[in-house]
Design a protein around this ligand. Structure first.
Ligand SMILES: Nc1nc2c(ncn2[C@@H]2O[C@H](COP(=O)(O)OP(=O)(O)O)[C@@H](O)[C@H]2O)c(=O)[nH]1
Ligand SMILES: [Mg+2]
Length: 382
């Protein structure tokens, strides 16, 4: 962008989860579902900001759709994330040229668990940590199968497998950062994933919604406490998400896995519910939450800029119109100084009007987004 006076809205979104929970799948679903939903019902649209992001999302979507069509859903066969990757998405109000960009960071979950192996990973993880600490929104995907099936014999290992301590550390750094920048957005969304089997609205015969929420609040109680203490202004939400919706847990077995807490790992087996078509749940609510939060922040930022530019424009106008006595006024005119001041005043007025117009557009978008009602899946934790 060449125009330096143009308002730029950029936000970071961080995901916090150990490996194999569903970060990469969630990011890919967010764009596919976001495009479908926003193109259908609102005044904004969501697009990939660069080709790399577009390709990554297409690959993830193809592999999921393909596996479901072939009725083979073998979680352990999905390739893991090997490097940090940035997904760059644009949220653009229709008919207005003011994109809001947000970057989502994906990284190997193992780095959160133990910082990775060797100095190279450590360096990359440090960069990821800085990104997470600086994010406007943190999404915490949680493995529902682990939460609900660990039960009696391995209950003591649950906290370690969920990486609660590591999550708390990142959240604490994030919260301190957010408190220092109280005018900026701050939201944390706890998202249990892989919950098709436990929630009746995704076709399961059992309804364990209350139990699932109870487990999340119980296991993450220290993280919630940290948030309440270190960033009381942050909004905290609970939103279970099915990124597939058409699969069902058949069994979950603990298998040997050296290096994992207790040297064991829970391995789920799924059955694909015919006809094997993706029926995502909860994502629309997540997209709405993100859009509202980010558009509202953009609106606040734009309002502040408009106020500053208005003051500047007023000053430039007064300076351009200032009378300084007969001879001095004559000189100002002859030397071209009056004309220069006049041009500055006009340009400043224009910049102010641009920011004012941007604020108005963002208000319109917010109003349109606000009309969408959230589903009963979404809960406020504070
Ligand atoms: N049943 C089910 N499986 C999921 C869901 N989200 C992710 N998975 C599976 O969990 C595994 C790990 O997902 P992935 O996105 O690679 O996790 P990451 O390591 O956190 O990036 C993959 O096999 C996914 O297909 C979900 O909502 N439901
Ligand atoms: Mg991944």
């Amino acid at each position: 962008m060449t125009d330096t006076n143009r308002l730029v809205f950029e936000y970071k979104i961080g995901l916090l989860a150990p490996s194999q929970v569903g970060k990469s799948t969630l990011i890919a679903s967010l764009l596919s579902e976001g495009q479908r939903m926003l193109n259908r019902e609102t005044t904004v649209q969501l697009t990939a900001a660069d080709r790399l992001t577009g390709n990554r999302i297409a690959n993830a979507d193809n592999s999921v759709t393909g596996a479901l069509k072939a009725r083979v859903f073998r979680p352990m066969l999905m390739p893991g994330t090997s490097d940090p990757s940035w997904f760059r998405l644009l949220l653009e109000p229709r008919g207005h040229d003011l994109p809001i960009r947000f970057d989502i960071l994906d990284y190997p979950g193992g780095w959160l668990e133990n910082g990775g192996e060797g100095p190279e990973h450590e360096q990359k993880w440090n960069e990821c940590e800085a990104f997470l600490a600086d994010s406007s929104v943190l999404i915490v995907p949680i493995d529902s199968v682990l939460l609900m099936e660990a039960r009696a014999e391995n209950a003591a290992l649950l906290t370690a497998h969920l990486a609660v301590f590591q999550i708390k550390q990142v959240v604490l750094r994030w919260a301190k950062n957010r408190r220092e920048r109280a005018g900026e957005p701050a939201m944390v969304v706890f998202c249990p994933v892989k919950c098709e089997t436990y929630l009746s609205d995704s076709g399961s015969l059992q309804d364990q919604a209350t139990d699932l929420k109870h487990q999340v609040v119980d296991q993450f109680s220290e993280v919630l406490e940290t948030l309440r203490e270190a960033a009381p202004h942050a909004s905290v939400r609970y939103l279970p998400i099915d990124t597939y919706g058409c699969v069902e847990l058949v069994s979950a077995r603990w298998v040997q896995r050296p290096g994992a807490p207790g040297d064991i790992k829970l391995e789920p087996k799924y059955r694909v519910r015919p006809p094997g078509t993706i029926a995502r749940k909860g994502l629309e609510d997540l997209i709405s939450l993100l859009c509202r939060q980010l558009v509202d922040s953009a609106r606040m930022q734009s309002e502040q800029t408009a106020a500053q530019r208005e003051a500047t424009a007023r000053y430039s106008r007064e300076y351009a119109d200032l009378r300084e006595g007969f001879f001095r006024d004559l000189w100002l005119k002859v030397s071209g100084e009056r004309g220069r001041r006049e041009r500055i005043a006009e340009a400043d007025q224009e910049h102010y009007l641009e920011a004012h117009e941007t604020t108005r557009s963002l208000f319109d978008v917010l109003a349109a987004l606000g009309e969408r009602r959230s589903s009963p899946r979404l809960h406020h934790l504070s």
